[in-house]
Design a protein around this ligand. Sequence first.
Ligand code: SF4
Ligand code: SF4
Length: 288
Amino acid sequence: MIVAVASGKGGTGKTTVSASLAWVWDRPAVAVDLDVEEPNLHLFLRPEIAWRESAFAEVPEADRAKCTLCRKCSDLCQFKAVSVMGRLLLTFPEMCHSCGGCLAVCPEGALSPGRRELGVIEGGRAANVRFLSGKLRIGEAMSPPLMREVKRRLGRYLETPGTDAILDSPPGVSCPAVNAVMDSDVIVLVTEPTPFGFHDFTLAVEAFAPLGKPMGAVINRAGLGDSALHGFCAEKAIPVLCEIPYSREIAEEYASGGVLAAKSPAMAAIFTDLRDKVAALARGAAHA
Ligand code: SF4
Ligand code: SF4
């Protein structure tokens, strides 16, 4: 089972929920930080990192001596990542989406596979939870290629039967957020009962609903704001899986770092209950 923990906006407590959910998961689990632009799941789980490696995207490398300036590559490239200007062949690796089309159409063999560093992927363990994370290279504009590489490594872990994954997805509703949740079995949307939280929650529901996956809500800092969130969830048939109360004690626990579920029996109970409801939601969809 793959559980995607997502949110319409940053700062809702998504990573807190991801870490605690992974912590109380009752089957072998991999906690995955897919928020590769700002990964911080490690700050909560504090894993021991066992390995770290760079990830690359394939981009064309030009041999200008072989190029006849026929323009077949530049006519094909939708992203203007390879271009013929006057008598000059230019490549722009940062704009390349690694489709491989230009390499395939070049009749002269003037383009060969090169690579652009996307960032770093690392893995390790925090207690019983396996940990996997991507970190985008500073200056790299596209996060989905690195996210794909992280998912590719996750696929190896998931080959072990009975292994589940908890994905800490990027916030928002743009391409990286949709990319993160699209392979999941269930989406847990973390929000807060403020006008901003409510607004971005409705956007997230709108963005993810077409994927047809079961969705449930976690209301963090419950007790703030009004009942608009509950009304919207009822209208859209989105179950409220868990409410984490707004309290000074929880805020202090949060500020001290670490896993909320490990702080007290009361917190453990909240996330154990959430775990069971998430699993039931996913099972319900599988049996529907
Ligand atoms: S690999 Fe695809 S995206 Fe990249 S330069 Fe070639 S055609 Fe363009
Ligand atoms: S397709 Fe090959 S030969 Fe033609 S312009 Fe591009 S690199 Fe040069």
